[in-house]
Design a protein around this ligand. Structure first.
Ligand SMILES: C[S@@+](CC[C@H](N)C(=O)[O-])C[C@H]1O[C@@H](n2cnc3c(N)ncnc32)[C@H](O)[C@@H]1O
Length: 184
């Protein structure tokens, strides 16, 4: 996929095999370039550094100390907000906030807190850097319309969008995921 010339696409798909993870592993990680702060890790992320062939520095962060062993080149144990606010000199070319809100193991699923965390993350991006958000399950957090408003408020609209999609997820068949990848 040619990221610079990629078409914005918005679609709703039935998800037989966790479409959001498919997108993360097949479209995002192989194409992201430069330094990456990948927030939230799990055992299934242990090979992500290898998939992300264009990433020269794969930094991971998770509030749960037990998952540190799956971390990247550098790993930090902290909440996203505390990490960014106490390291304002650290800037990244890319930040991924995938699977952080609306899940069983989410640190928080607070709507206002989510907006603040995304805003903090934008401040930790280098000029021209990219932010990847989602998947997040909006049912119970915010509606699709509120997601659109949130990203509009943050200025992540129009030609800043590299990818946007809305997918249904097989393990939560009654819920929906929102995925966004945008340039600051
Ligand atoms: C569902 S996993 C997502 C893993 C990975 N980002 C992915 O999508 O492949 C959620 C992980 O993110 C961590 N997490 C959630 N919210 C966080 C926050 N605000 N700061 C740091 N870690 C967080 C949790 O501890 C958990 O290990």
């Amino acid at each position: 996929m040619d990221i610079e010339n990629s078409l914005i696409y918005s679609s709703r798909k039935i998800d037989p095999v966790s479409e959001n993870r498919n997108w993360l592993e097949k479209e995002y990680l192989p194409n992201v370039k430069g330094s990456l702060l990948f927030v939230g890790i799990k055992e299934y992320c242990a090979n992500y550094k290898k998939i992300a062939v264009g990433v020269d520095q794969f930094t991971t962060l998770d509030v749960n100390p037990e998952v540190a062993k799956f971390g990247g080149d550098y790993h930090y144990v902290s909440t996203l907000d505390e990490f960014i606010l106490s390291n304002t000199n650290r800037k990244y070319q890319n930040i991924s906030l995938h699977g952080l809100w609306g899940m069983n193991d989410s640190y928080s699923s607070d709507k206002a807190g989510m907006k603040e965390s995304i805003s903090n993350s934008l401040s930790a991006l280098r000029s021209g850097g990219t932010l990847q958000f989602g998947a997040a399950i909006w049912d119970g957090i915010i509606s699709e319309k509120e997601y659109e408003e949130l990203f509009e408020d943050l200025g992540l609209v129009g030609n800043k969008i590299i990818h946007k999609s809305i997918v249904d997820v097989h393990n939560y068949p009654w819920k929906t995921h929102y995925i966004l990848w945008a340039r600051k």
